[in-house]
Design a protein around this ligand. Structure first.
Ligand SMILES: NC(=O)c1ccc[n+]([C@@H]2O[C@H](COP(=O)([O-])OP(=O)(O)OC[C@H]3O[C@@H](n4cnc5c(N)ncnc54)[C@H](O)[C@@H]3O)[C@@H](O)[C@H]2O)c1
Length: 332
């Protein structure tokens, strides 16, 4: 059975990936530094049922990471680990470069050492990146050859990691994939990003805060669809290629909040919740706030046949319900 190492598997997308890959034929180990954005409870059922194993490892610590990789001997590594919140990267950028750049460098160095020793058992590396590396686009859609124009310490750390992967892989002959996905939504996200924080504030009877005009546009993909695309790349994609992943659900932040409030109203009518606050407060804009992200996904479709079934409204409804129950449990 192939061995899969999931890094950052106690975070939002990583936890969802653990549930997805646990159903496939892999022996899975998960490592994570367990930062504030992680929640080990997310994947506890998988650990208790022995579908995955878990160890706390910070990828910034080369010796620990390298020892772990040499012990577990994975065939494939998927790296979800990163500091991921743009606002934090503006206030305290240093950790972003430690985890998102040095951490990826450590991973590549360890893979090089491993591949040098076990020439017939080389590790493949999957780096999970973001559409934010392309920066703000006015009307066009970025394909994978679009220049990197990051606007924040977060997106520049992710762009730097992409460059490291390409450069070190070329020199040391490491097989890799890079995916650049748009904004994810779904269960297990730490409540600091737009969707979960807005649901949390509204349920706590606080107003919902939106940066600037609220007209900033993002393409929203359900987290499981992102993971299905990653799986498709692993199965059918070409190594040493970059793949954009998107859903063509491009909406303004204001629109997203209005949809959430509509769902909360419906759930109140159904008596699933008692109260919520429907007030929106427009606050001072984020520094260097990108106005629009949009990716062209022809390449992943042409190489792997991956395309998305559009289910945005249904998935958003399920997501709002999931957070209602999650916050209720948290408050008990
Ligand atoms: N959330 C999105 O909308 C989105 C979109 C596109 C790409 N991405 C990328 O997907 C990946 C996962 O994002 P997410 O939203 O799940 O983030 P997250 O912040 O929810 O999870 C990141 C996880 O990585 C772990 N981690 C951080 N630094 C680490 C380190 N030094 N060593 C080991 N583990 C570490 C954290 O503890 C956490 O569990 C990131 O690389 C992010 O850039 C996210």
């Amino acid at each position: 059975m192939k061995k899969l190492l999931i890094i950052g598997g106690a975070g939002f997308i990583g936890s969802n990936a653990c549930y997805f890959f646990a159903k496939k034929k892999y022996k899975i180990y998960v490592i994570d530094s367990l930062s504030y954005a992680s929640n080990l409870n997310n994947i506890k059922p998988l650990i208790l049922s022995k579908k995955i194993e878990f160890k706390r490892v910070n990828i910034s610590n080369f010796n620990l990471l390298n020892q772990f990789i040499f012990d577990f001997k994975p065939n494939l590594i998927i790296n979800f680990a990163a500091e991921s919140h743009v606002d934090n990267s503006i206030k305290s950028p240093t950790i972003f470069f430690k985890s998102n750049v040095s951490g990826v460098y450590n991973l590549l160095l360890s893979i090089k050492k491993f591949n040098d020793k076990y020439k017939k058992n080389k590790i493949k590396f999957f780096q999970v990146s973001t559409d934010e590396v392309y920066g703000s686009l006015s009307r066009n859609f970025a394909n994978e050859d679009y220049p990197l124009y990051p606007s924040s310490p977060y997106s520049s750390s992710k762009a730097a990691a992409d460059c490291l992967v390409m450069g070190m892989a070329k020199t040391y002959n490491i097989d890799y994939y890079i995916s650049r996905c748009t904004n994810n939504f779904g269960p297990f996200q730490f409540p600091e990003k737009l969707i979960p924080i807005s649901i949390k504030r509204s349920l706590n009877n606080d107003s919902i805060k939106i940066y600037g005009s609220g007209n900033h546009k993002r393409d929203w993909i359900y987290v499981e669809d992102h993971i299905k695309a990653i799986n498709k790349i692993i199965l059918k994609g070409k190594v040493n290629e970059i793949y954009n992943i998107g859903a063509q659900n491009t909406y303004t932040n204001k629109f997203i909040i209005k949809r959430i409030l509509k769902i909360l109203k419906l759930l109140k009518n159904k008596k699933i919740i008692n109260e919520f606050n429907g007030k929106i407060e427009f606050i001072e804009d984020r520094l260097a706030h990108d106005f629009r992200y949009a990716v062209n996904t022809n390449k992943i479709y042409n190489h792997t046949g991956w395309k998305i079934k559009n289910n945005f409204e249904k998935r958003l409804y399920e997501t709002v319900l999931w957070y209602i129950y999650f916050f209720k449990k948290e408050n008990k």
